[in-house]
Design a protein around this ligand. Structure first.
Ligand code: PAF
Length: 279
């Protein structure tokens, strides 16, 4: 594995490679990222993994400063992996001039996570666009845990007619079903037990809808219970999988999504499900 910091050296190295699979990350790698590498191996032997903590997708300075940065540990985790190039640019390398995105962000980017994290998804798409330009990949892999992010990246690629196949990787969970996330490292031990409640309530909510409960009632119940348990819920909603809009009674492929704070830490999760006919 080559470790490259500079975009020009990256270009030189990539010129010799074709059929590249890109795995963009913000580092603090865990089993979830290793599972993305496993997926990448099925697609090509040229895997570029990027580690870049993108400042323009953070809403608060505090969040950006507290984001775990563990490059040394990440490099040793990747040592025996199938990654061909690890790209670790600086902010100046990625945004030498003021970041600019010509793409018009879809309205849905202002809902769900976008409602409280103003400009977050524009920041994500701007950096992903830049990474696509720098690496020219055939494939790019993103996890389903960031469901809205994945949807918006797929839409961006399709709207912009980019010749890149987006691969969706399943969420990896620990034995207690907590979705693996770099933010889990910010949780203190006693909060890890509570963190998994988000997933449990998402599951219960989907099951009650499958058993005939009204979507609105099931969402409300979950929100109330989580609030009682000490969560500060940003949203807890069932949407349709295809475009993340609110479902009608004709939609069957749905997803329950939620984000909330437990203590200082913001966690997100989602559960896909299908209902046979009417809601
Ligand atoms: O999901 C992430 O880690 C980030 O949002 C991404 C896609 C690497 C862009 O900074």
């Amino acid at each position: 594995m080559k470790i490259i910091k500079s975009p020009s050296i990256l270009k030189e190295n990539l010129n010799k490679l074709e059929n590249i699979t890109l795995i963009p990350t913000m580092g603090n790698l865990h089993e979830g990222h290793l599972s993305l590498i496993k997926e990448a191996k099925k697609l090509s032997k040229n895997i570029v993994l990027t580690i870049f903590v993108n400042p323009i997708q953070f809403n608060s300075k505090h969040d950006l400063e507290n984001y775990p940065r563990t490059l040394k540990q990440d490099v040793s985790l990747l040592k025996d992996s199938a990654v061909t190039i690890l790209f670790t640019p600086s902010t100046k390398d990625i945004f030498p001039t003021k970041p600019f995105l010509s793409y018009k962000m879809p309205i849905i980017s202002n809902e769900l996570c976008g409602k409280t994290r103003i400009g977050h998804f524009k920041g994500v798409i701007t950096v992903v666009d830049r990474l696509f330009n720098l690496t020219n990949p055939s494939y790019a892999i993103f996890g389903k845990k960031d469901y809205q992010q994945l949807y918006l990246i797929k839409k961006f690629v399709s709207d912009s007619k980019l010749p890149i196949k987006i691969i969706e990787a399943p969420t990896i969970r620990n034995i207690n079903n907590l979705a693996l996330s770099s933010r889990n490292n910010l949780l203190i031990d006693k909060d890890i037990k509570n963190a998994v409640e988000l997933y449990k309530k998402l599951k219960i909510c989907t099951e009650s809808v499958l058993n005939g409960a009204k979507i609105h009632d099931a969402e409300l119940m979950a929100k109330e219970e989580l609030t009682k348990e000490g969560w500060k819920i940003d949203y807890f909603e069932i949407r349709r999988q295809s475009d993340l809009k609110k479902p009608t009674n004709k939609d069957s492929k749905l997803v329950a999504l939620s984000a909330g704070f437990f203590g200082d830490v913001r966690l997100i999760d989602n559960v896909e499900f299908c209902i046979p006919s009417t809601i």
